[in-house]
Design a protein around this ligand. Structure first.
Ligand code: ATP
Length: 358
């Protein structure tokens, strides 16, 4: 029996609410399984900063670094800021310090959830945006140049190492998805027709694609991708792109499959993985029990799948599939109506329904 250490960072606002709802679901799938979880909760976030002057205590960071995986709620609170006026976002520090270079943002249309696209084919949307998270235009964060009041510059940085590892990640994920019936296709999203940096990104992508003959590698310009994600999103499988493009596209794809409460994510590197809902701390509904925990539950399923891939413990991958199927089943039944979609079902009702189904 292998026990996996999970560092739990609930954070601020609805973070602790959606985490509290998710942990019993993980306990449920571990019951009678050949694996177990040891959860340890650690402080951090904006409210912790207000109380102690530290947003991400070193002890929390060390525990996250040593754990097998990190399950994260949400951190940040609009009214609590650093002295320079910027918001408290320890998730960015974790991303940098643990080299979590792949931002994985799946978008899958769940049965029973209202979708913005009327075309019935939208029901088959099942894609993943992979956002390079360590360089690109964000490499300029805090380093941009303002020349008097006449000009400002930020620089996009694309390296061979950064492009190669993100493309590799995308092809490996597409192969894993192909084994479950997806088409096995990676689309490189760039602007190679205009920028040398983007042509370089595409060149490295093509080199990596040549090493994966079982997976189809395609190219699509960012503007055409923004258009086609609205026109025919069901044709995409895995998309891989630069940091800033990925930031924008992953919000678009989250919108395609419903609301913030449905969108899971993973921030993954070679040595560490952090899993969290795409949403923030939602101060407007914090403390009211209205938060939809589904995004966190699906992020936890991603965590199990990632742990399965790393450890070779296939029962973890089966548990991930069980959780996804339970989520699908409770929403397909039409009995749940989250507050987010104008209904009256809150955190406890939704998590309870998923747990009962399991
Ligand atoms: P951040 O910048 O920290 O990511 P944000 O400004 O994007 O945060 P969120 O905290 O994600 O904002 O909230 C955006 C809106 O979505 C709010 O109206 C919030 O109530 C709603 N929302 C976010 N998460 C959920 C959820 N799990 N369930 C229901 N509504 C949610």
């Amino acid at each position: 029996m292998r026990t996996f250490d999970i560092a739990v960072l609930p954070g601020d606002g609805i973070g602790p609410e959606v985490i509290d709802a998710t942990l019993p679901i993980l306990e449920r799938v571990a019951h009678g399984a050949p694996f177990a979880f040891r959860f340890a909760s650690h402080p951090g976030g904006a409210q912790h900063y207000q109380a102690t002057g530290q947003a991400l205590p070193e002890a929390t960071f060390e525990s996250a670094r040593r754990a097998d995986a990190i399950l994260f709620g949400a951190m940040g609170w609009p009214a609590i800021r650093y002295a320079d006026g910027t918001e408290i976002a320890p998730q960015l520090d974790l991303r940098e310090r643990l080299d979590l270079y792949a931002g994985v943002r799946p978008a899958r249309a769940l049965p029973g959830i209202p979708l913005p696209l009327a075309d019935p084919r939208a029901r088959s949307i099942d894609l993943v945006v992979i956002r390079e998270s360590t360089e690109g235009l964000f490499a300029s964060r805090g380093r941009g140049e303002v020349i008097g009041d006449a000009e400002a510059r930020d620089t996009m940085v694309i390296t061979r190492r950064g492009s190669e590892r993100i493309a590799e990640f995308a092809f490996r994920l597409a192969a894993r998805r192909k084994r479950r019936g997806r088409p096995g296709r990676v689309t490189c999203v760039d602007k190679a027709n205009v920028f040398r940096s983007m042509a370089f990104f595409r060149k490295v992508f093509d080199e990596v694609a040549a090493r994966h003959p079982g997976i189809e590698g395609r190219h699509h310009y960012i503007d055409a991708t923004a258009l086609d994600l609205v026109r025919r999103p069901w044709e995409f499988d895995v998309l891989v792109t630069e940091n800033m493009f990925g930031d924008i596209l992953s919000d678009e794809t989250a919108a395609l499959v419903g609301g913030m409460g449905m969108a899971p994510s993973g921030d993954i590197g070679d040595a560490h993985g952090l899993f969290q809902p795409c949403h923030g701390s939602a101060p407007d509904i914090a403390g009211e029990g209205k938060a939809n925990p589904t995004a966190t539950v699906l992020s936890a399923a991603m965590m199990l799948d990632w742990l399965a891939d790393r450890s070779g413990e296939e029962a973890l991958a089966e548990a991930a599939v069980r959780i996804e199927r339970a989520v699908d089943a409770v929403f397909a039944s039409g009995r749940l109506a989250p507050y987010e979609f104008g209904g009256r079902d809150g955190t406890r009702a939704i998590a309870g329904a998923i747990a009962s189904h399991l």
